[in-house]
Design a protein around this ligand. Structure first.
Ligand code: SF4
Ligand code: SF4
Ligand code: SF4
Length: 373
């Protein structure tokens, strides 16, 4: 176990499904060759099959402490980014041309079942579920790697793949029950969310949290009593892990969503929530009803003009208060200061030393195989 654990809380009552987080991560970290299908941050509509398609049925993780067999998701199951006819529309000289995916059947994109949701009118419902790697306390990916290329940092618990050690066996993809690892066929290595560690190391919060217009994402240390994570997870106890039963002890937590009342056959509002509580329990565990009641209670207090620390926290009027000690502006940090992660030397590293140097822009991958001298 690491000395400290950096973690994220996402308030699902505020997620707009805008995918700004997805784009922020994509622009920063997954622009290299072989990464076009990678979205380390995904935002899916729930109920839905998620990304990769039907990931909750793919196994992996632990049961009663025993590692479970898992499926390795294919690129098609993750969903490929579509190729559009930009050139035809912009330069083709056809005024009637409209922007469309190339080919007759472009296949599914990376966001399966977008905005379909569940239930029938007037009780249809959906909410958005953003997901990143959970930087688990008991990472199934790390345990499955025969090369010991995956490690959990001592100082902050971030789980990283050392690309210099990875041999592309992809056991980690099978083992991760959240299916948050991608494979780069060109570089022959597995890659995943790095919790923006070069930023975290310099006191800057993650790109996905800083860019989020919904103020959904809190970042901080789990053991910092003054920070938002400790307050939401341990003090107010309103942030819950996703699929805790997978046994990896995830360090991303969610404030479950409230919903409008169900409408009965006469068109009247009932006391029942429109998003079935059993469904939320299937995602976030048995404490969901208690958490939703607590949020409703605190909201009512706030509406009466009483003080509610929980509501103040969740509303996040002061944006920077959401990021614990990681409040620096990225501009304050010179790229030359960005330190790169390198797994401490260990047994079994037979991979030849790459030719390249450390990436001064802080992109993932310890060394870029000659891409940059
Ligand atoms: Fe590993 Fe998956 Fe946990 Fe991330 S979410 S640390 S990839 S087991
Ligand atoms: Fe991407 Fe960083 Fe967010 Fe991970 S924490 S999903 S690397 S932006
Ligand atoms: Fe948009 Fe934030 Fe939700 Fe991402 S988490 S989809 S940035 S509102």
């Amino acid at each position: 176990m690491s000395k400290r654990q950096v973690a994220m809380v996402m308030d699902l009552n505020k997620c707009l499904g805008c995918q700004t987080c997805t784009v922020a991560c994509k622009r920063l970290w997954t622009k290299r060759e072989g990464m076009s299908h990678m979205y380390w941050n995904t935002v899916n509509t729930q109920p839905g099959t998620g990304t990769p398609h039907n990931w909750e049925q793919m196994g992996g993780g632990f049961k009663d402490g025993m590692a479970q067999k898992g499926h390795r998701p294919s690129v098609e199951e993750f969903g490929k980014a579509w190729d559009f006819n930009h050139k035809e529309v912009a330069f083709g000289g056809k005024p009637d041309a409209v922007l469309a995916p190339k080919g007759d059947n472009p296949g599914r994109g990376p966001n399966w079942d977008e905005d379909i949701g569940g239930g029938d009118y007037p009780n249809s419902h959906y909410f958005y579920l953003p997901r990143i790697c959970n930087h688990c306390t008991h990472p199934a990916c790390q345990e499955a790697c025969p090369r010991k290329a995956i490690s959990k940092r001592e100082d902050n618990g971030i789980v990283l793949i050392d690309e210099d050690h990875c041999n592309g066996y992809r056991f980690c993809q099978e083992a991760c029950p959240y299916k948050k690892i991608y494979y780069n066929e060109l570089e022959e290595v597995s890659q995943k969310c790095i919790f923006c560690f070069p930023r975290i190391d310099e006191g800057v919060t993650t790109a996905c949290s800083r860019q989020c217009p919904g103020r959904v994402r809190f970042v901080g240390y789990l053991d910092d009593p003054e920070g938002p994570i400790h307050k939401l997870v341990h003090q107010h106890k309103v942030a819950l892990p996703l699929h805790a039963e997978y046994g990896t002890q995830p360090n991303v937590f969610y404030v479950p969503p409230l919903s409008p009342p169900r409408i009965d056959d006469e068109g009247n509002a009932t006391d029942e929530a429109r998003i079935p509580t059993e469904y939320l329990i299937s995602l976030f565990g048995p404490r969901v009803p208690e958490v939703l009641e607590k949020i409703k209670h605190e909201r009512e207090r706030s509406q009466r003009g009483e003080t509610s620390e929980l509501m103040d926290l969740l509303i996040s009027r002061k944006w920077l208060d959401m990021f614990g000690p990681f409040t620096k502006h990225p501009r304050e940090v010179a790229t030359s200061q960005i330190k790169f992660y390198k797994k401490p030397p260990g047994p079994g590293d037979a991979r030849p030393a790459p030719q390249g140097g450390q990436d001064p822009l802080g992109r993932p991958g310890v060394v870029l195989k000659g891409e940059r001298p």
